[in-house]
Unconditional design. Sequence first.
Length: 318
Amino acid sequence: MKSALVPLLFLVLSIFLIPTLSSAQTVTLQPAKDVTLFDPECEKASGSGDFLFSGNTDGQGRRRALMYFDITGNIPPGVVVQSVSLTLHVSMSNTGTRTFTLHRLTNDWGEGASDSGDPGGSGDGAQNDDATWCYRWYNKDNVAASIDWSPHGGEYDASSSASQAVAGLDFYTWSSAQMVTDVQNWLDNPSTNFGYILIGEEGTNKTAKRFDSREHPTASLRPSLVVQYGVPATPPDVTVIAPNGGEIVTANTGTLVQWTSSDESGIASHDLYVSLDNGVTFDPVLFDLPDTNSWTWFPANRPTSEAIFRVTAIDNTS
């Protein structure tokens, strides 16, 4: 049997050059606050009512629904948002199919104790901290001290985040890539989270619909924001400690390869590869080696001065 001397150059690589995501987690949020703005009333609200309204009425002005969700209080920092959907329940509809769009609010607002009752479409006298058509924060005791919307009717991004056709009494869901971006931004930059405003078709009368709010006595009918996210998986750390570069080994003769590897989730296995062309291509040597830190390699008779040996580690999140 022939033997050959094989100059080897050893290089350390990790299997994960880009962090992956662990299995997805899902959280369902109800609004932390929600209100209806009643056009053109500066002192009407329904901050604590059972219903929200959006669209245009039959001559009594426009209605817009606001909803805020506590993102940072329910989703851990550093995760990657993968999907977002908002589901609302329509409990009153006297019109045909209408399109309703979600827009990201760009300023903060309040929710007070006003309650317009049932059916609720006309509003109630605004209470302290209510959001109204004119005010972000209403001050009942000193109206002049109330904080304005600029312009009236809510401050929001003109570009919609999602739209949905809404018909009769049923559940309807808004979902889009832009909503994923919105929630990711709110998670990463909490000071920008002011929630969504729901706007109906306002160029024509009789397009308004009634949706159930967070105060509705039936929990299953309340608004729900479903967020799916993944936790970034930290790549394993791998270091080859022997041989450590420049060694000459003999073909078909045992050469001890040693390394260290670690990961916060634990190491499941190792894969070993060798390249004979300075890393242009790699051939597998051994797959699924258990969590050990050494292996005896018997190199084939393939003389080269451009050999690279690679050890990769697979953690318990795969």
